[in-house]
Design a protein around this ligand. Structure first.
Ligand code: FMN
Length: 325
């Protein structure tokens, strides 16, 4: 059974990647993930504001909140504070020395500028690739959608100019013209597109006048949005595609692959079930393929992408009309 894939130009034995988050914070955990067969590891993000020393907007800080995933099981690492720029480089060096699998660093930011030179330091510290998390709050009323997108594309172009390692871009699902934006990123040289960011759940405590922020772990019901995005891009961009969000079981990986994904990232599933869950998912993929007489993931990749449909827009509208009946 051939599960091999190529993601960001790197040949991987299978598409199961540890996604950005706290799983890469601890060296013992990182070794356990490699032992359980992780094909690649993405470290948590370092934020633009942490590099520039600016005051962090609470919303931008969302994904580094240590106490915001209360239902993570005993496999959740001890909460760590966000790493500062120097500590991040040092941690990256240690992780690289601890494992042989490719290690991807992650930067979260939106504005082109000096802070991006930090990407170079990540490359020098040994990162095998960079995941750029372009999270834009888009709350500035003077910036149009086109302005926001142009800024993101400029960031990608600037980073690509200074790096030799591959660059993946992690996208939010809330875009007006998603496929057009993806193509601009592709043209700017993005080597991979990671679909999609998952937002914090925000609620209001109206008695205490406080904002309640939680990041409940996902389940497979979050996958379809990613399948749709992946299927829309498969075969139409040069960049490789990764799904993040709702990948918990072997069947989720099969669906992502048929939609056109080269890789799948897991975070919630591993926080809940521990590194050994990677073995289970891999076994489930192999069993499913055997049962359905597939011998390689490569031959099924993209066989359910929108590119296989003569008129994707008409098809989508037809589906929409049927769903409303
Ligand atoms: C506790 C926690 C911390 C996270 N930190 C980051 C981060 O630093 N950078 C990032 O790009 N994504 C971060 N994420 C998002 C994950 O990488 C992933 O995209 C998201 O959880 C969806 O995948 P899942 O359904 O497998 O959990 C974090 C997720 C969790 C649960």
């Amino acid at each position: 059974m051939d599960l091999s894939t190529t993601y960001l130009g790197l040949r991987l034995p299978h598409p199961l990647i540890v996604g950005a988050g706290p799983l890469g914070d601890d060296l013992d955990r990182v070794r356990a993930l490699e032992d359980a067969g992780a094909a690649m590891l993405v470290l948590r993000s370092l934020y633009e504001e942490e590099i520039t020393g600016e005051q962090m907007d609470a919303l931008m800080f969302e994904e580094s909140h240590a106490d915001s995933f209360p239902e993570a099981g005993s496999f959740a690492p001890e909460p760590t504070m966000a790493l500062g720029p120097e500590e991040y480089l040092e941690h990256l060096r240690r992780v690289k020395a601890a494992v042989r699998i490719p290690v991807i660093a992650s930067l979260n930011g939106v504005t082109p500028g000096g802070w991006l030179s930090y990407a170079r330091l990540l490359e020098e510290a040994g990162a095998d690739g960079l995941e750029l998390h372009l999270y834009h709050a888009a709350s500035d009323m003077t910036m149009s959608a086109a302005d926001v997108e142009r800024q993101s594309v400029d960031v990608v172009r600037e980073v690509k100019r200074s790096l030799r390692i591959p660059v993946a871009v992690k996208l939010a699902p809330l875009l007006t013209a998603f496929a057009h934006f993806a193509r601009q990123l592709d043209d700017a040289g993005a080597n991979g597109l990671v679909l999609f960011t998952r937002f914090h759940r925000i609620d209001l405590d109206v008695a205490e006048l406080e904002v309640i922020r939680t990041l409940p772990l996902s389940d497979s019901s979050e996958l379809p949005l990613r399948l749709r995005g992946t299927a829309a891009l498969a075969g139409r961009v040069k960049a490789s595609l990764a799904v993040t969000g709702g990948v918990h079981a072997g069947i989720d990986v099969i669906k992502a692959t048929m939609a056109g994904a080269h890789a799948t990232q897991l975070v919630s599933a591993l926080l809940r079930q521990g590194p050994e869950h990677l073995r289970t998912v891999r076994r489930e993929i192999e069993e499913w393929m055997q049962e359905h007489e597939w011998t390689s993931l490569n031959e099924m990749r993209g066989n359910m992408s929108l590119q296989r449909i003569p008129d994707p827009a008409a098809y989508e509208r037809a589906n929409f009309r049927m769903a409303l009946r």
